[in-house]
Design a protein around this ligand. Sequence first.
Ligand code: AP5
Ligand code: MG
Ligand code: ZN
Length: 215
Amino acid sequence: MNLILLGPPGAGKGTQSAALVERYGIPQISTGDMLRVAVKEGSPMGVKAKSFMDAGALVPDDVVVGIVRERLEKEDCRNGFILDGFPRTVTQADALHGTLKEMGKDLDAVISLEVEVDALVERLTGRRICKVCGRGYHLAFDPPSVEGRCDQCGGELYQRDDDREETIRKRLAVYSEQTSPLIDYYRQRGLLISIDGMRDIAVVQSDIVAALRTS
Ligand code: AP5
Ligand code: MG
Ligand code: ZN
């Protein structure tokens, strides 16, 4: 199954992808996660990406298109993949289309997670992430059993640099200007599945699975 998870910052793309990975046994491809690894490693790409990410802006299309293309060629994508946070512009979506065509593949569905702005801000300000395994938590909505520690691996939890209110507002504006046009883009191609992302994490997951079954 070849999927895209589309939605604004904080919509639950990462949370839902992690559960879909377990369910379908296909990898999650998160450009945000890949870019954060590159920043941490201080690779040339990471150095270039950092200033855009810190400002809540998008990293240039050619950079992300390149890393996604490389990732899709890996063996573990042969039975499918879940793109989380890519594409984010029409240019990226067109490039993805070309890449998949070259590979003899096609998209099966684009899941659009719909969440109100106030809820997004609340989710992002309360988000914490495990330094070791990357699992996401929320201080109120999905708290760890032990404060500051990951349930899964005991790792320390941290807050993302771009999860400060001012940067969050910028990211939300960038989403509505540059990424939200993709909702119509994929609707016109008959691939869009809209999901109410305001409900509980487990309910959103079962709604996605049910919608994929009938799509
Ligand atoms: P990226 O890492 O992709 O960030 P984002 O799109 O802003 O999305 P988030 O990861 O913040 O949100 P999410 O939807 O994954 O939510 P989550 O599941 O964690 O990108 C970061 C940056 O990298 C970009 O700003 C850009 O600079 C760059 N970048 C990345 N991709 C790029 C691209 N393609 N092109 C150019 N630049 C790119 O959930 C959030 C919180 O809410 C968690 O705490 C979670 O526990 C909680 N939560 C989740 N679901 C629910 C629910 N149903 N109810 C209550 N709480 C919930
Ligand atoms: Mg994410
Ligand atoms: Zn962990």
